[in-house]
Structures are given as C-alpha cells and as structure tokens.
Design a binder for this molecule. Sequence first.
Ligand SMILES: *Cc1c(COP(=O)(O)O)cnc(C)c1O
Length: 366
Amino acid sequence: MTFAELANQGILTQPVYEAGKPIDQVARELGLDPAGIIKLASNENPFGPSPKAVAAGERALREAHLYPDGGYYALRQKLAQKWSLGMDQFIIGDGSNEILELMGHAFLSPGAECVMHQSSFIVYKLVTLMFGAKPVEVPLVNMRQDLPTLAAAVTPRTRLIFLGSPSNPVGTSNTAAEVEALVRALPPHAILVFDEAYAEYAEHAPDLRPLIAAGHKVICLRTFSKIYGLASLRVGYGYAAPELIAIVQRARQPFNVNGVAVAAAMAALDDHEFVATCIAENRAGMLQLETALKKFGVEFVPGAGNFLLAKVGDGMWVFNELQQRGIITRPVKPYGLPEWLRITVGTRAQNERLIGALAEVLKSRV
Ligand SMILES: *Cc1c(COP(=O)(O)O)cnc(C)c1O
C-alpha cells in the first residue's frame, strides 16, 4: 500500500497554502541583497512588534526551561478585562489559525458542510477539507461579501460559517446591521466563525458580544500577528459563550502556545500608544497608496484592514516585475483573482518605493 492510500483522505484534498514569499528566499532566487528587499505580502506590521512586547518576550525566554501555564490564566484574565467578558469565554491559540483548526476538531465530521465566500481566506477551506467536510462557497457581489447569499447557502448539514471582518484577501467588511441579520437568520445547528484578524484597523468593526450574550452561536477570532506585530510568535485567541469555549478547549494540546509568545502578547495588549500609532500610520499609508493608484488609473478595492487589492491586469506578471525590483507583494490568482494584486500597507518610505516601482512596471507594459 502507498502512503497516500494509508492517509486520511481529508489530508489529500488540502489545497496548498501559498504564503507570502520570505525575504531570504527572494534574495537567494534573484541574487538580491536581503537588506534591500521589502515585503508587502503578508499583511505584517511594518513597524515591527511593540518594544514593550519585545522586552517582555526576552524576559520570558529566561524561563524557557519551565512549561508555560497551560491554562493561560494571566492572558485570559487580561483579555476578559479588556472585553468585559468572563475568563471562561476565551481560548488561546497558536495563532488564530490554530483556533480555526480546533473548531474543525470540535464540530466537523464527514457529511458536514461549511459555508464561506469565494476568494476568502484559504485556511477556511483547508480546515473544512481536513475533517472530511464539504466547503460550500458563495460568490462575492461586486467584490463584497453578500450576507443574505451566505445565509441562503446554509442547509441542515451546515455546521460552520466562516466570515472575515474585514475579509482577506479582498479586504472589505460588512456593517454591524448586516452581520446581525446574518446571525439572527442562522439555524441552531450552525456556528458563525467571525474572523477579526484585521478588526483593530477597521473604522467600523461590528461588536458581536451582545449577540453572544443573547445565546447566538458565534465565535470571534483575534490575532496578535497583525496590528500587534507578533506574527512569528504565533498567538491568537477566540471569544464566545463559555459552553462553546469549553468544548473547543478539549480539542487543544495542553501547552499549545509558548510562554514567550504569551508574555509578549500580554505586554502588547498594554501598549495602547503603539497600537494607536500603527492605526494612524496605516490610515495615512492607505491614503498614500489609494492616491497613487487613482493617479495611475488602477482600479482598487478600498481595504478596511492594512492591505488593499489592486486590479493590475496580469497579477502574476506585475508580482514578478515588482519582485525583480526587490518588492514582494501577493498575487491572488490562487484565490481566483488573477487580475488582482494584494498589497500590504507599509511604512511611508516603503509605500513610496512600491509606488515608484509600480509606476515603472505599469509603464513598461504598454
Ligand atoms: C493573518 C490572518 C489570520 C491570523 O493568523 P494567525 O494564525 O493568528 O497568524 C486569521 N485570519 C485571516 C483572514 C488572516 O489574514
């Protein structure tokens, strides 16, 4: 028998997750100096982690010989204060991606269906297929997530509905009224997984806590990988009804998140000034990119997060041309959007460089 025959069939149906290219890899492939390369491909924070988070992580590293508190008491307590929820309403994950997977462990089996939009975050589909469930994808309407269409795709077999707020890679979000109508329309056998990875950046992020309190089946996911600048440490969290959290806690490993990440995350939560600066810089950078794209006559989807989607024509070609010039962006062809390029908002200087290179690339095309 081959290994493939021996494998769980759900594993074999997994689409390959194509991450943003690491700087070192691009440097190797193109013979460029890594110091001259900028990465605007993975929606990372261009200002790095908060210095306070770095200091806390360094201190925690000295305790690396001890297992972390597997209950993550201190972090859950801090989050409970921040959100005015109970400590038993939080689960800590090895990135919020792990919590997506834990939702699969807890609630999916062959025959189940998961509803999501086309061109949504690939991990939703990955998790669905891993557990032998069936992804049901509904189309975007004018590049927006249409929630009545999403609700209409729910069947008696639906267990999870994935919704990004803002979505990735498209970058749009729905109004609080739209999301509330969706939640109220869901049958009792379906759980909304509300992915708020970029919510800190958004001007109007729906607050689903009242719906959770009212007994609706919702889990919200947050991450320290984006505005908090801790992507490499892998830490995120989910909040929901205590009964839902208790089930998902059963699916995780005892020490799923490392102590360095937890210490850094706790310090990051306290650094309000850093977060405020990143939000302000992101707004300014978004405007900088939008202004340039308008000038170039390039259509774009205004992003509610820290990235935007630009309709550049042949996305792969423009991606390659920019990469030759030391700028890594993200082609979104794997998401069924071959004409578009996803660009993370960088620092003012990084954006400037991208705009200059893009002008050159677009000109060379005609
Ligand atoms: C980045 C991102 C996440 C968070 O991933 P982590 O595992 O926390 O690093 C979740 N959802 C979406 C849509 C994202 O883009």
